[in-house]
Design a protein around this ligand. Structure first.
Ligand SMILES: *[C@@H]1O[C@H](CO)[C@@H](O)[C@H](O)[C@H]1NC(C)=O
Ligand SMILES: *[C@@H]1O[C@H](CO)[C@@H](O)[C@H](O)[C@H]1NC(C)=O
Ligand SMILES: *[C@@H]1O[C@H](CO)[C@@H](O)[C@H](O)[C@H]1NC(C)=O
Ligand SMILES: *[C@@H]1O[C@H](CO)[C@@H](O)[C@H](O)[C@H]1NC(C)=O
Ligand SMILES: *[C@@H]1O[C@H](CO)[C@@H](O)[C@H](O)[C@H]1NC(C)=O
Ligand SMILES: *[C@@H]1O[C@H](CO)[C@@H](O)[C@H](O)[C@H]1NC(C)=O
Length: 752
């Protein structure tokens, strides 16, 4: 019955002596499980953010750090295993995947390959760009940015190594539940194009379900991590934001990991009214330190959450996110305050005036936090109550497909084709999360003569392409553009991972809600109908969005007719979704019947040698005469009462050097320190939501400035504090970095 009895499982039983008198059985595990996590925060200055394609949106500081979070599951040491990596990045990148696989190959040989590694992006729009290889995705970053790319590849590799080294027997529990108010459909008029009887099967026009896996160590029976999947865009932070951020999913992960570790944290003494004066007096006596040389490790040892290789890992993964926005109050015209045009998301024909509002509107940082907390709440509930243990095989199937011209057999038996990639004018219009260029609207099915001339100057689409993509008018025939190298992907990986009764579909793009539902159902049906009872109704299918590579959107055939943003960005024509369904069914059938996939298909190209790299490196910078890097420019402004309290925002600004000289990986650019027994203890760093590290240039002198702002959180405790900055620089003709640090004067915080 249970499947557990008739195949080898790593049921390992160990005996441990408890209090010298009782032997109990403690180690139990269906699988081998390993978790890992590593800092992947890219350059915090000058680099364009990936997502909105806003040429003016260059990084200038950090809201909180980005991480790569990984789990590995194995049946046995020799048996099947797979790796799932969740990236705090806009999306996976083909080139990143290629490089990671090369590194894994040189380290682990054929243990980890394209077939059993999945790398999935959370879809934040607040991470440094330039790490993708196809030209369309690196236009606003001025081409490829080596530093962005390396930060991501290194972090994935390190997190996989950790997870690999942590592999131990354990159990996995699965739980499901709804997330409230964390997403609405941003193209409801497109959703309405889907057949009424199909829509009637679902309560809403977005998927509200979160699926969570809880990983429990077999020896200690303690949880070591959790991964969840839920669909909502990483667009709580706007197209004007300059701070690196994991957006709402990054917030949820940060808070989830903190929630877990706080369960075992000691509580601190609080201060009463009679000794505030003492705090104020004490703080007044401590002045800013001035900038001092230090070593790179000074930043790392000051980090609050040190990565010793066995952190609790909590990840919030992306799903069929295509038409789901976290800006849940709806979209309104910024001129009139009225709702935008329903079909076109514009205001009197102007797409740029129609903007979605998050729950913290107009405060985007607050919106990000609220949407993160809504996911967190469900995750904590699911984690705490998870009791259904996953059992059964680990398995996977993967294939590369050239989406340029695949034959698809429709239900009517008619055979149609995919097309070379192309974008329509609805793409240029952008969305209510971030409008695009002026003069376009979502739903456009014509291109103005002016834009036709502009388009033809770049590349006139072939007649075949124009016909194939209909009703999408071809604005950019990216699949036919190869100068100086490919503008869009042609080869895409598709992958199915199996973890007992859980099926994970790694899709290389953003499926809309209904597209995702159709794919999940088709795969489930195929698994059930093709297997001899191994898969049943309890088979649970999740979509892992933006995985392994990126190819924009996948809308349903009906949504495609409407040509809103998601449809205009569905690259391979009206039958893109049908093609995915057809090809996934083949993988599902192979899995259900135990067949291998013969031939992996043509591999995607590695374009690293031909990438344009037009972003200049940081210029050699120096502090003003008589000043050291790390000196305070503007010290903390002590309020009238002599102390700060929760909600206040003490800020210090330091003379500094471009943060691109060293990313201070697994370190920090800033900390808030508290004086405890005459020692400064770091208590908040640039990975905390309450601390803002901002990079700026002093306009009068062109020197660099680093501001550290601390919004004193509700749970801060009274005491004497200071803020401190870490940085690095490079001198002319000196090949190595020099590191520096400086602290503000002290200040009292009283939280009563
Ligand atoms: C492990 O801990 C859970 C609660 O966290 C408990 O219900 C379960 O019985 C424990 N299992 C073992 C084998 O101790
Ligand atoms: C307040 O703190 C002072 C010094 O730490 C202590 O002597 C006093 O008893 C405290 N008062 C109260 C009401 O807790
Ligand atoms: C890492 O740190 C955690 C939390 O501080 C601790 O529980 C664990 O034992 C440490 N692991 C190692 C390998 O040092
Ligand atoms: C949206 O377009 C549909 C046709 O596709 C039309 O029937 C409907 O009236 C339009 N709705 C609004 C609010 O303009
Ligand atoms: C994909 O297929 C098209 C059409 O058959 C072909 O021209 C193209 O070279 C293929 N692309 C790659 C990267 O192999
Ligand atoms: C310098 O000018 C820019 C653009 O006007 C502004 O955004 C920035 O805040 C200024 N920097 C400082 C340090 O004032």
């Amino acid at each position: 019955m249970t499947g557990k009895m008739h195949r080898p499982t790593p049921l390992i039983i160990a005996l441990v002596l408890i209090c010298g008198c009782t032997w109990i059985e403690v180690t139990h595990g269906e699988y081998l499980i390993g978790l890992g996590s590593y800092d992947m925060t890219g350059p915090a200055a000058d680099v364009n953010m990936m997502g909105y394609a806003n040429i003016k949106q260059n990084a200038a500081g950090i809201h909180f750090r980005l991480r790569a979070r990984t789990f590995i599951v194995a049946q046995t040491l020799q048996g099947p295993r797979f790796v799932f990596v969740n990236l705090d990045a806009g999306m996976a990148s083909q080139l990143v995947t290629i490089k990671v696989l090369q590194r894994l190959n040189s380290r682990f040989e054929s243990l980890y390959t394209q077939e059993n590694v999945a790398i999935s992006g959370i879809h934040t729009h607040a991470g440094p760009g330039g790490y993708l290889q196809y030209l369309v995705y690196t236009v606003t970053s001025l081409g490829f940015v080596q530093q962005s790319f390396d930060a991501i590849v290194d972090a994935i590799e390190q997190s996989i190594i950790q997870a690999h080294q942590n592999l131990k027997p354990g159990s996995i529990f699965i739980n499901k539940g709804d997330v409230k108010d964390a997403g609405i459909n941003r193209s409801p008029s497109a959703y309405l194009q889907n057949p009424a009887e199909e829509r009637a099967k679902y309560p809403t026009n977005v998927d509200t379900e979160m699926t969570l896996l809880k990983f429990v160590d077999g020896a200690s029976n303690k949880s070591i991590g959790a991964f969840s999947w839920f669909a909502t865009h990483g667009t709580s932070m706007s197209r004007d934001n300059k701070l690196i951020s994991g957006d709402n999913k990054g917030v949820a992960a940060r808070l989830f990991e903190d929630w877990f570790s706080s369960q075992s944290k000691p509580s601190f003494p609080t201060i009463n009214n009679s000794n505030i004066d003492q705090l104020v007096t004490k703080a007044q006596a401590i002045k800013a330190t001035g900038g001092k040389a230090c070593v790179k490790e000074t930043s790392q040892t000051s980090k609050v959450r040190k990565n010793n290789g066995s952190l609790f890992v909590g990840a919030f993964c992306q799903s069929n996110v295509g038409d789901v926005t976290p800006n849940v109050l709806g979209a309104f015209c910024i001129d009139s305050g009225k709702p935008c045009d329903f079909n076109r998301s514009s205001c009197n024909g102007n797409d740029q005036l129609c903007i979605g509002r998050g729950p913290g509107y107009p405060d985007e940082i607050l919106s990000t936090k609220i949407i993160g907390e809504r996911q967190l709440k469900t995750a904590v509930d699911l984690f705490t109550s998870a009791s259904k243990e996953l059992t059964g095989k680990i398995d996977y199937r993967h294939v590369y497909l050239n989406f340029t011209d695949i034959d698809v057999k429709l239900e009517s038996n008619k055979v149609v084709k995919t097309c070379p990639a192309a974008l329509g004018p609805g793409f240029a219009a952008g969305t209510t999360d971030g409008p695009g260029a002026f003069g376009f609207q979502q739903g456009d099915t014509e291109i103005s003569p002016f834009w036709k001339i502009a388009r033809d100057f770049l590349k006139e689409p072939t007649d075949y392409q124009v016909e194939c993509q209909k009703p999408k008018p071809v604005l950019l025939s990216t699949g036919e553009m190869f100068e100086p190298y490919a503008w869009a992907p042609a080869i895409l990986p598709i992958q199915i991972l199996r973890l007992g009764k859980l099926i994970i579909l790694s899709v290389p793009g953003e499926f809309t809600t209904m597209a995702g539902r159709r794919l999940r159902e088709a795969v489930k049906e195929t698994l059930i109908s093709s297997s001899k009872g191994e898969f049943g109704e309890e088979t649970h299918v999740v979509i892992a969005g933006l995985t392994n590579t990126y190819s924009q959107y996948v809308a349903t055939f009906e949504e495609y007719q409407h040509q809103r943003y998601e449809a205009a960005s569905t690259l391979y024509g009206p039958h893109t979704l049908s093609t995915y369904i057809q090809e996934y069914k083949k993988l599902a059938e192979a899995m259900a019947t135990g067949q291998k996939i013969t031939g992996q298909g043509a591999s995607p190209p590695d374009l690293s040698s031909v990438q344009l790299k037009l972003l200049p490196g940081p210029f050699i910078d120096s502090p003003p005469d008589g000043i050291n890097f790390g000196d305070v420019k503007d010290d903390i402004a002590i309020p009238k009462g002599g102390y700060f309290t929760k909600g206040d925002r003490p800020t210090a600004t330091f003379w500094s050097s471009n943060p691109r000289y060293d990313l201070l990986t697994e370190g920090t650019f800033a900390v808030v320190e508290r004086l405890e027994e005459e020692k400064w203890i770091p208590v908040y760093d640039d990975d905390d939501l309450s601390l803002f590290f901002k990079w700026n240039i002093d306009n009068s002198s062109s020197h660099g400035l680093a501001s550290v702002e601390w919004e004193i959180p509700k749970d801060a405790i009274s005491g004497v504090y200071r803020v401190r900055h870490f940085g690095s620089t490079r001198k002319f003709l000196v090949p190595t970095n020099q590191y520096f640090t400086g602290a503000s004067s002290a200040f009292a915080v009283a939280v009563l």
